[in-house]
Design a protein around this ligand. Structure first.
Ligand code: ADP
Length: 300
């Protein structure tokens, strides 16, 4: 078989997307989707405003927020609102709609393709979850069908202009990952963020993720250690739930020469905020988890 004729179409469709970032994890349940959703909220948040931006169509654009995007190649410096897209290609367990407060939404077809669902004017989301009859419907698809859906998400969604497209991938390195790398081979992936927990087993899986990225030439932006330590809301003391392996993410990063982006503590309020579909940074601005998250976003 010759080259995939859809790849140039995907490239054309995503021509207005500046940075494409994959969020990966070796295992499920480490908080990858929670991280992706909150990264989306954070990137779309205008720090020059005390409220998340929600301008009216055609309204005056606000200055880009002051953020410490230290990686030169990920800088967004224009004097306008940062546009963010989140695409959830975890076709078997789409959790992005719930975490981002979009459960029950349905996507619509327009002349220019499928319209994503908007959390706010500058934050667009696409997920297989929007196409299921109800939230409990499980998707049991074989490889070719999954790949077909991923291809459609990249080829047929009208994202318009985006600064960041965050791709929430399924856990591990499966067919879906190879597909997305191949579909984006022409338009390019700017980097991957690997989310893990401090547990040894999850860390071993991180090695596989790192090897995968290196094999397919996707630059690794860094490792995030999630659920790392528990900050007691009463005494503010920190306990290492997964001791003695805590700090493993950092060691792994050093060993593999990958940037360590930081640790997000285990905080039950993160689960609560996900259930309510609101960013935990907005709900709990003074929590250690929010501070940790901000520090991580500043490093990306
Ligand atoms: P994944 O995408 O890796 O499968 P999720 O993002 O769905 O994982 O998270 C798994 C569960 O853990 C969810 O219930 C989520 O609310 C919770 N969670 C994620 N990160 C944290 C954290 N730092 N503290 C507490 N709970 C968390």
């Amino acid at each position: 078989s010759g080259p995939d004729p859809d790849i140039p179409r995907i490239t054309e469709r995503l021509a207005g997307v500046r940075y494409k970032i994959l969020v990966l994890s070796g295992k499920g349940g480490v908080g990858k989707s929670t991280f992706t959703a909150n990264l989306g909220f954070a990137l779309a948040y205008d720090a020059s405003q005390s409220e998340p931006i929600d301008t009216e169509e055609g309204g005056p654009s606000r200055p880009a927020r002051e953020r410490g995007l230290h990686l030169e190649h990920l800088k967004v410096d224009e004097d306008r609102i940062t546009q963010v897209g989140v695409v959830d290609i975890d076709v078997c367990g789409p959790s992005i709609p719930k975490i981002m407060g979009l459960e029950g939404e349905q996507i619509h077809q327009s002349m220019s393709g499928w319209s994503p669902i908007y959390v706010q004017e500058n934050l667009a989301v696409m997920s297989i979850g929007f196409m299921l009859p109800d939230k409990d419907a499980a998707v049991i698809w074989r490889g070719p069908k999954k790949n077909g859906m991923i291809k459609q998400f990249l080829r047929d969604v009208d994202w318009s202009q985006l600064d960041y497209l965050l791709v929430d991938t399924p856990p591990g390195t499966s067919d879906e990952h190879l597909s997305i790398v191949s579909y984006l081979s022409e338009s390019g992936i700017d980097g991957a963020i690997i989310v893990t927990t401090p547990q040894e087993i999850a860390l071993q899986d991180v090695r596989k993720e790192i090897n995968f990225c290196r094999k397919v030439n996707v630059p690794i932006l860094g490792i995030v250690e999630n659920m790392s330590g528990f900050v007691c809301p009463n005494c503010k003391g920190e306990s290492q739930i997964f001791a003695p392996t805590s700090g493993g993410g950092k060691r792994m990063a050093e060993m593999t020469k990958v940037p360590f982006l930081g640790r997000i503590p285990l905080d039950p309020r993160i689960g609560k905020s996900s259930d309510s579909g609101v960013s935990f940074m907005e709900l709990y601005p003074d929590s250690p988890a929010t501070q940790a998250f901000k520090d991580i976003v500043d490093k990306i």
